[in-house]
Design a protein around this ligand. Structure first.
Ligand code: SF4
Ligand code: SF4
Length: 75
């Protein structure tokens, strides 16, 4: 599976720090609200390099998980 990021819908507080820091524009604000009323971020596959910048920028514990390509073919 390609490099990707999983955002926890309920932990995200929509501060946008990850969106603004991502060098590949692989994150965007979603249109749905979580239970706390935040328009949580969603991942869009746009050449994510698994650099981890979004993870380091995010102030919310466990809101972002970065998953690096395991090198196997296929999704
Ligand atoms: S790991 Fe890097 S490239 Fe991937 S979404 Fe996060 S900031 Fe963007
Ligand atoms: S940095 Fe964390 S809390 Fe802020 S928008 Fe991104 S995932 Fe949500």
């Amino acid at each position: 599976m390609a490099n990707h990021v999983v955002i926890s819908d309920e932990r995200c507080k929509a501060c946008r720090l990850c969106i603004e820091t991502c060098p590949t524009h692989s994150l965007e604000q979603g249109s749905r609200l979580n239970k706390s009323g935040y328009q949580f971020t969603r991942f869009v596959q746009n050449g994510c390099t698994a650099c981890g910048l979004c993870f380091y920028m995010c102030p919310e514990p466990e809101a972002i998980t970065v998953i690096k390509d395991d090198g196997k073919s296929g999704e």
